[in-house]
Design a protein around this ligand. Structure first.
Ligand SMILES: C[S@@+](CC[C@H](N)C(=O)[O-])C[C@H]1O[C@@H](n2cnc3c(N)ncnc32)[C@H](O)[C@@H]1O
Length: 277
């Protein structure tokens, strides 16, 4: 059944591409987004239709390959070169669908590295005319992460600013700190966030602290995305994919899965929504 739904979604995308004159009636029928040239399925309906994590990952990967706007593909190839970013192509499709569906205004990334995700958010907002206010908390150094390899000859802050400029985007607001510092905790508490992406430290205690504070300060209906958190799920990554680290996976399994609404998982990213009261 899941395979059939997956194929149907693929067929719909091709149908709209080949018969643009039928676009509005098809979208009306499917209740998809109508504000753009290309049909972008909502993340929620896609994840509802494709229950298997491996099939959803495959769908997102194929969507990236075949359906993503060229600007999004170009963004990914920019961050794929010179070790500018981590991640997998499928995640770009996930972010496009998520932002296009939920149009989050206040967005926070914990763990910015060289700015792949904050620039992707900015680019999607620009392409889709979404009003967005982007923030990032990160040390802009290799501190706080013992799991990943970092380049030593780079000023991560300047490098991120350069990439924001490269894509012609407004500068996000950055706090140069670890998320566990009092100043960063106060920053997270300073507003209600529509989207928080946790991708900083992979240590259990730190992820738990990021998670707790994030959930407390998410708006009702707000979205939480946890990176590297699918280790204890049935996701079976292929050789170029990665299921995650124990710390984030434990927090996602023990806390987020029980306390939030799970919308779907793409590879090692898990997407949750703070429940309406
Ligand atoms: C895996 S990288 C993030 C990659 C980035 N999200 C992307 O997709 O390109 C992890 C980042 O988190 C930062 N980091 C580690 N511990 C952190 C903490 N406690 N608070 C904020 N950032 C942290 C690291 O310095 C690094 O920049």
């Amino acid at each position: 059944m899941e395979k059939i739904e997956y194929t149907i979604l693929e067929m719909i995308n091709h149908l709209i591409k080949n018969h643009p004159e039928m676009r509005s009636s098809i979208l009306e029928l499917l209740k998809l987004d109508t504000s753009s040239q290309e049909a972008i399925p909502t993340f929620t309906s896609t994840a509802n239709a494709i229950k298997s994590r491996n099939d959803l990952y495959k769908y997102m990967h194929n969507f990236f390959e075949n359906e993503c706007p060229k600007e999004i593909k170009m963004h990914r190839s920019y961050f794929n070169t010179e070790s500018r970013g981590f991640g997998e192509d499928a995640f770009h499709a996930m972010w496009l669908m998520l932002l296009n569906e939920y149009k989050p205004k206040s967005c926070l990334e914990i763990g910015v590295y060289r700015g792949q995700i904050i620039t992707l958010w900015g680019l999607i907002a620009k392409l889709k005319n979404i009003e967005i206010d982007i923030h990032g908390i990160s040390p802009f150094s290799s501190s706080g992460d013992t799991n990943s390899t970092y380049l030593s000859n780079i000023d991560y802050y300047d490098d991120t600013i350069n990439s924001v400029n490269f894509f012609g985007l407004p500068q996000p607001s950055f706090l140069r700190s670890l998320s566990t510092e009092p100043i960063a905790k106060a920053y997270i508490k300073s507003k209600s966030w529509d989207l928080i992406y946790i991708d900083g430290s992979h240590d259990y205690e730190v992820v738990l602290s990021d998670y707790t504070l994030s959930v407390e300060n998410l708006s009702i209906g707000g979205i939480l995305v946890m990176d590297d958190s699918s280790l204890y799920t049935d996701y079976e990554p292929h050789s170029a994919s990665f299921a995650g680290h124990p710390g984030p996976s434990k927090v996602a399994t023990e806390r987020a899965m029980n306390e939030l609404s799970f919308l779907g998982g793409v590879g090692h990213n898990n997407v949750f929504q703070k429940n309406y009261l």
